[in-house]
Every structure is written in structure tokens, then in C-alpha cells.
Design a protein around this ligand. Sequence first.
Ligand code: H2B
Length: 98
Amino acid sequence: MRPVLTTAELSALPADLPQWTLDDEAKAISRDLKFKDFRQAFAFMTQVAEVADRMDHHPEWSNVYNTVSIRLTTHDSHGLTQGDIELARQIDSAASGV
Ligand code: H2B
């Protein structure tokens, strides 16, 4: 099982992933993304689903029309791990390509 992030790793998060918000208990990070329309939002979700499944690390997310709300945490570890950081980077890169 992956270890949860250390205090030092957690404090690097705002600089490392500026578009993500750390939740109050530091157990998850979240980001909302807005697209032109539903089609663009769903294309983005399809792309992320592919990456997430390849990583065997899956987002908690929801979609309302052109908005996708994402929360990342590692269920097995009950907190944030490098798996979440890596998936967040992949999501940021997928978002910049839509
Ligand atoms: N995704 C996330 N976000 N956290 C996990 O702990 C996790 C996962 N575990 N995807 C994986 C799948 C595990 O349940 C399977 C059996 O590998």
C-alpha cells in the first residue's frame, strides 16, 4: 500500500499543484473544471478515465453539464499519496489539451 504524504510533501502542494485545493483534513485534493459545453467535458472525462484505469488509480468525480468536479484521495491508504499527485498532474495536462 502506498504511504500517505509526509507533512513536507503536503506543504509543497500549493506550489506544486496550484489549481488544486487541499481539504480540511488534508486527506484529499479537489479541482473543478469548466468546459465550453457537455461534449467537451465528457471528452475530457473519457481521456482521464483511460489514464486513471491504466494507473489503477481512480478519481471521485461528478459532472453537471459543462463542469467536472474532481476529488482525489487514495482509498486503500485513507489519505493522499503520490498516486493522487500523479493523477492530478495527468488531469492538469488533459485539461490543457481540451
Ligand atoms: N483508486 C483510488 N483513488 N484509491 C485506491 O485506493 C484505489 C483506486 N485502489 N483504484 C485500487 C483501484 C484497488 O481498489 C484495486 C483493487 O487495485
